[in-house]
Design a protein around this ligand. Sequence first.
Ligand SMILES: CC(=O)[C@@H](O)[C@H](O)COP(=O)(O)O
Ligand SMILES: NCC(=O)COP(=O)(O)O
Length: 237
Amino acid sequence: MTKLSVNVNKIATLRNARGGNVPDLLKVATDIEAFGAQGITIHPRPDERHIRYRDARDLKKIVKTEFNIEGNPIPNFMDLVLEVCPTQVTLVPDAIGAITSNAGWDTIAHRNFLKEVIAEFQRNNIRTSIFVDPDAKMVEGAAETGTDRIELYTESYAKGFEKGNREEVNPFVQAAKIAHQLGLGINAGHDLSLANIKYFKEQVPNLLEVSIGHALICESLYYGLENVVKMYLNRLL
Ligand SMILES: CC(=O)[C@@H](O)[C@H](O)COP(=O)(O)O
Ligand SMILES: NCC(=O)COP(=O)(O)O
C-alpha cells in the first residue's frame, strides 16, 4: 500500500485570501484524516504566502497521522522543523521567487550540506526525505547523504502523461529500482492527480508515500473533499 499525504497548502491560500479563518485549516486537516488519508503535508515558504510558520505549530498539535513538512533548509525552516518535530521533513531546493518547486537537488554538488542537515534532523528523530529528479546519479548521490528516503519529483511524468506519453514513467521506474537497491525509501510528488496516479502507482515499485495537493483540492471543487480522498485511496491500494 502507498500512503496518501494530503498537501494542504491550497487550503491556506484560500484562507489567506480574506484574512480570516475560512476555511479553517485545522478542521480541514482533521477531516482529511477522518476521510482516510494517512498523512498531512505542508510546505511553508519564506514569504508565508500560504502556510504560515504558526500553522506548522498548530497542526502539530492536532495531526494524528504522519505529519510531513517540506521546504528549503534555510535557518528559519530548520529551527521551525526542529521545534515542531514532524514525522518527516522533505528537503526541497526552492529557488527564491519560484512560483512552485521546480527542480530536485543536485545531490552531488550539495552532498556535504545535505549530509549535515540530514544528520541534524535524524539526531532529533525526524525521518528525512530529499526531493530529487528521476536520475540515477542524483539517486546515488542521495544515498551518500544518509537520507532515509527520496521524494521523486513527478512533474515530468505528469506533463508527459497528459500528452499521452506513458513512457515518461520509465525514468521513475528505474530511479525507484536503484533507490530500493540502495536501501532508500521512496516517496513521490508534484502534479500527481486522479488521472495520472493509478498508472504511476502500478508502474513504480516500492512506492511508500505520495504527497498530493494542487490537483486534489481542484478536483474537490467538483467531487467534494471526502470523495476525492477516497478516490485516491482506491487508486493507491
Ligand atoms: C515539493 C513539491 O513538490 C511542491 O509541489 C510543493 O510541496 C507544493 O508547493 P506549492 O503549494 O507552494 O506550489
Ligand atoms: N511534495 C509534493 C506535494 O506536497 C504536493 O505537490 P502538488 O500536488 O501540490 O503539486
